[in-house]
Each structure stands twice: as C-alpha cells, then as structure tokens.
Design a protein around this ligand. Structure first.
Ligand code: AMP
Ligand code: ZN
Length: 112
C-alpha cells in the first residue's frame, strides 16, 4: 500500500494512533496530543484539504459539517451552556503547523 504522507490523513485512515472521540462519514474528532485547554479536540475532515486558504466553493458543506460536529461535541460533553471555542489556524502567520484542515475545539478554560 502506498505511504500516505499527511499526519492527519494517516490518523483518519487509522494508520497513526489517536484518541478518536467522534467520527462520521465526513469528519473525525480526536484529542490534541498537546492540549492547550482541559478539553482540546481537533475536528478533521476525512478529505485532505490543506487549509482554509485552499477551500473551494464546493467545500462549503464540509466546513458547515465540521461546525455541526463541534455543536454535537459540545452537547455530548455538557458544554453547550458553559461554552467552548472553535477555531482554525491558517498559514504560517496564522500559526498553522499541520497542513490538513482542522478546527480546534477548546473548552474548560475562560478564553481571552
Ligand atoms: P495547528 O497549529 O492549527 O496546525 O494545530 C496542529 C495541532 O495538531 C497542534 O495543536 C498539535 O498539538 C496537534 N497535533 C500534532 N500532532 C498530533 C497528533 N499526532 N495527534 C494529535 N494531535 C496532534
Ligand atoms: Zn491530509
């Protein structure tokens, strides 16, 4: 089988380990390996898109879906009332390190 170079593609394909908390046809959510908040998950579309900057018009549904996954995670974890943060870093000055689109889901600490 050919090697898949992207780390998050490998996690999605279950070729690299991750603590997966949610998955469906379009997206996977797993624990960030270096959590920056008591709850820190990454919501990752299964399909490889490099970044927000590389989104195409036809990716609209995929992005919307990732936000609905965030909503579901918030409900499942009882965080809907207290709240959480959903954000994407894009490009070098946006702090993006892994170039497979992902949304950080952060909770348990008051955001600045
Ligand atoms: P970003 O800066 O938005 O590209 O965020 C990438 C995130 O991926 C960082 O918060 C890292 O801690 C996280 N990360 C890197 N490698 C792994 C991994 N193998 N499993 C889970 N999270 C990872
Ligand atoms: Zn990828």
């Amino acid at each position: 089988m050919p090697e898949v170079p992207c780390l998050f593609c490998r996690i999605v394909a279950r070729e690299s380990p991750a603590e997966i908390e949610y998955e469906d046809d379009l997206a996977v959510a797993f624990k960030d390996i270096y959590p920056k908040a008591p709850t820190h998950l990454l919501i990752v579309p299964r399909r490889h898109v490099e970044s927000v900057a590389m989104l195409r018009d036809e990716d609209l549904g995929l992005v919307g879906h990732c936000f609905m996954v965030a909503k579901r995670l918030g409900e499942r974890k009882g965080l809907a009332e207290r709240g959480y943060r959903v954000n994407a870093n894009c490009g070098p000055e946006g702090g993006q390190v892994v170039y497979h689109l992902h949304f950080h889901f952060l909770a348990g600490r008051r955001g600045g």
